[in-house]
Design a protein around this ligand. Sequence first.
Ligand SMILES: Cc1cc2nc3c(=O)[nH]c(=O)nc-3n(C[C@H](O)[C@H](O)[C@H](O)COP(=O)(O)OP(=O)(O)OC[C@H]3O[C@@H](n4cnc5c(N)ncnc54)[C@H](O)[C@@H]3O)c2cc1C
Length: 364
Amino acid sequence: MLLGVYQDHTERHGLLFPPDPTSRNECSLGGAIACNASGARTFRYGPTRRWIESVDLVLPTGELLRGVTRDTPVPWPVPAWTEPAVKTAAGYFPATNLLDLVIGSEGTLGVVTRARTRLIPLPAHVLGLFAFFPTRSDMLAFVADARALPADAGPRCVEYFDRHALDLIRGRVPEVPEADSALFLEIEHADQEPPLEDWVERLAVRNALLDATIVATDDTARGRLHAVRHALPASVNEILSRTGFPKVGTDFAVPHEALATMMDAYEQPDFRTVCFGHIGDSHLHLNFLPTGAEELAEARRRYMALAERAVALGGTVSAEHGIGRVKKAHLILMAPPAVLQGWRALKRAADPANILGRGVLFDA
Ligand SMILES: Cc1cc2nc3c(=O)[nH]c(=O)nc-3n(C[C@H](O)[C@H](O)[C@H](O)COP(=O)(O)OP(=O)(O)OC[C@H]3O[C@@H](n4cnc5c(N)ncnc54)[C@H](O)[C@@H]3O)c2cc1C
């Protein structure tokens, strides 16, 4: 079942399944579980793992395991490994139970055929804000303020757009002002009245361009905000279709205290880039937009250097998109050889004929 179809169904019954990858209308619920998918709301609600209570799983040997839960032991040897203390979707989860191991295993250990999810009441109201900042330090100070709020008063997402992203959005939405950066926020509230004054105060303290702030207090206006936000991928895709070369996009997350350093590294004044993403989780997507084969090769070199930097700062090479077949070389930066060896042994024990996800995560 498509994740979006499932979510629309629960929402018609007043219930929310929080994970919201951008691909919700293309990916399956099983795929979201296999990849431990995240999205903007992960800032408040965490990734898919937190919302799965049990699965039915077909093992590579053909055996069907019904009702795999956090009480189900892992039948294979799992190497000891510590994930970086950031949002991450790189490598096997260091699980002590089969459910947590399978979530995020990218389809290498079994096929999820059914799942029991955790749902919460749909929030009564959601306030949307698109706020613009004159400097990066003001914007980062606001993000730190937002993180420090208790979960029930804070935003459910804090999404960032750099000045290049704003330039692209302005091409489609002219009221977007000149600014260093912008943040898109969603705030759930129980009262009919949105907590607008509190947020205007918080924005004012950090010098946001108050007159330019776009506010959405109902679903129609929020739809308009989403359209502003989605103007960006549309513009990026337009550029890519003109150049005919693929974008090279990062998916790194770093510890919060390393975010400013990583953002300095993301500055690429001599290359066309656009940076946006889940800044609440210190997880940004820097997209290189190459215009030729040489630039593509250069973008890939710079990507690798940035991956090394993210890992050196205590971060991850993939915070949500996973490793797949393309990022195996990046996983090696994070996972020591002994851990990779342990993962290979685990995979061999689970899938002796190597029939599932061949070449995903690592070469067997
Ligand atoms: C345009 C686009 C936007 C995206 N945005 C996000 C985002 O915002 N956040 C995010 O986290 N990810 C994102 N992704 C990555 C990806 O969509 C998600 O991780 C998604 O959950 C994968 O699900 P899928 O059904 O598309 O899986 P597929 O892409 O079909 O498969 C991905 C892997 O999961 C395995 N798999 C699929 N179904 C199952 C199953 N039932 N049981 C076991 N293994 C299975 C496959 O074997 C494969 O290894 C995006 C991808 C695209 C193309």
